[in-house]
Design a protein around this ligand. Structure first.
Ligand SMILES: Nc1ncnc2c1ncn2[C@@H]1O[C@H](COP(=O)(O)OP(=O)(O)OP(=O)(O)O)[C@@H](O)[C@H]1O
Ligand SMILES: C[C@@](O)(CCO)CC(=O)[O-]
Ligand SMILES: [Mg+2]
Length: 420
């Protein structure tokens, strides 16, 4: 596989059913295709190096390829790798332990899960590749409920399957290619947060909007919401940090304490997601009101699970008092982002007040973005001229505002011929 090349994957918004999705209930999510992660895979000056460069989280690490020997060499390792490659439903405990040794200097650091996820995918998918640098930049807020972990997992899974020769398409990504990316990005998500439902990486892989369900046997089932309507909405980023892994495990504790109370909440959310998808499939003036109602109920149930935050409640309360629409948290909650679906009759003056107060009094950021659109994509080396590469390399290495990335790279908007 010739270098350099770039892969990319979008973030997502969960419209209905976060957390209950982990418990095999249906959920609805849509990609946020203009907020994306980009991964540049380029040649390293050192032919033995495998370097990871994550400037968004100020993390850079270089391994010499021989350091992976402790995971790659010997019979026991080969057997464990073979099992990990064929059974992607479970992470291999053996590999986890071997990789822990490789990352012992990073243990307990913020970066551990990002590095662990990278190395797990690397040793499974393209362990012979060396003299290579993986540089990641994202226009998504990180750890904010918009699926940054899934989009990075998808970008890595696509790149590593390309490096191994498992994905060779040069016109468009096939259904098979996308299945492979979805399967391996799920492994990446597991490395970052333990027990994901798979909805985030499914949307980041396939794009558009989906009604998703993880079945009890571990398989995933999803339908695209056809003709996904552009609903007027606002996304508010509270900038309150949180971790999906912690929130999901807090909910797990709650279920184990009060199963008879909490499980019916999940079932209600599943019902709500199914009805929500029906409405989105054929949105009318009449059922728009029901959509707003379902958003409000979904948020109430999430509050019951303990995954809201006073900062998110401030957004919800302001949207209620200004009567502009219904607000719910999106993603794992605990901070991060809130989604407000706007009423058709929301007053412009109220909307302005909503934005001004959130930005100026609370210091929050507002995103106006469309939902749905392009999933994962790849820009092959043949499409990158030397001149383009120089421009792109600078974007990945220098301290630019990440929105410059969009101007140069946004699939569907820029002039570069992305394969999708
Ligand atoms: N651009 C990036 N560079 C490096 N690491 C990243 C990047 N984006 C995400 N990550 C990894 O993902 C982690 C955040 O994932 P987490 O699942 O907690 O939040 P999220 O995916 O943004 O939100 P949600 O899961 O609720 O949608 C980070 O701590 C880091 O390990
Ligand atoms: C909280 C959760 O439901 C959504 C995170 O975006 C976790 C998951 O489904 O993996
Ligand atoms: Mg995540």
């Amino acid at each position: 596989m010739s270098l350099p090349f770039i892969t990319s994957a979008p973030g997502k918004v969960i419209i209905f059913g976060e957390h209950s999705a982990v418990y095999n209930e249906p959920a609805v999510a849509a990609s946020v295709s203009s907020l994306r992660t980009y991964l540049l895979v380029s040649q390293h000056e050192d032919p033995e190096a495998v370097e990871l460069d994550f400037p968004d989280i100020q993390f850079k690490h270089k391994w010499s390829h021989s350091e992976f020997g402790c995971v790659l060499k010997g019979e026991a390792n080969s057997r464990a790798l073979e099992r990990a490659r064929t059974n992607t439903r479970e992470l291999s405990q053996y590999l986890i332990e071997s990789l822990e040794n490789l990352h012992s200097d990073l243990k307990k650091s913020l970066f551990y899960h990002a590095a662990f996820s990278f190395s797990y995918l690397y040793v499974c998918l393209c362990p012979e590749v060396k003299g290579v640098r993986f540089s990641v930049r994202s226009t998504l807020p990180i750890g904010a409920g918009l699926g940054s972990s899934a989009s990075i997992s998808v970008a890595l899974a696509l790149a590593m399957n390309r490096l191994s020769g498992a994905i060779t398409s040069d016109r468009e990504l096939s259904v098979q290619d996308k299945k492979l990316v979805e399967e391996w990005s799920f492994v990446g998500e597991k490395c970052i947060h333990g027990t994901p439902s798979g909805i985030d990486n499914a949307v980041a892989t396939h794009g558009n909007a989906v009604l998703f369900k993880r079945e009890m046997d571990g398989t995933t089932n999803f339908e695209f919401v056809e003709d996904f309507p552009q609903i007027p909405m606002l996304l508010t980023y509270t900038k309150i940090p949180r971790s999906t892994k912690t929130l999901v495990s807090n909910v797990r504790e709650l279920v184990s304490k009060h199963p008879n109370i909490v499980k019916p909440i999940f079932v209600a959310m599943g019902q709500l997601a199914t009805r929500g998808a029906e409405i989105l499939d054929s949105l009318t003036e009449t059922n728009y009101h029901e959509l707003l109602e379902l958003v409000r109920v979904n948020h109430g149930l999430l509050v019951g699970l303990g995954v809201s935050h006073p900062g998110l409640e401030a957004v919800r309360s302001l949207s209620d008092s200004l009567e502009i629409g219904s607000t719910k948290l999106t993603g794992a909650g605990g901070g991060g982002c809130a989604l407000t679906i706007l009423r058709k009759d929301a007053k412009q003056s109220a909307l302005k007040q909503f934005k001004d107060r959130l930005e100026n009094e609370h210091g929050y950021a507002l995103y106006e973005t469309q939902l749905g659109g392009i999933g994962c994509s790849i820009l092959p080396s043949e499409a990158i001229s030397d001149q383009d590469f120089e421009r792109i390399r600078i974007l990945f290495t220098e301290d630019f505002d990440n929105k410059h990335l969009d101007q140069v790279l946004l699939p569907g908007k820029c002039t570069l011929p992305w394969i999708i």
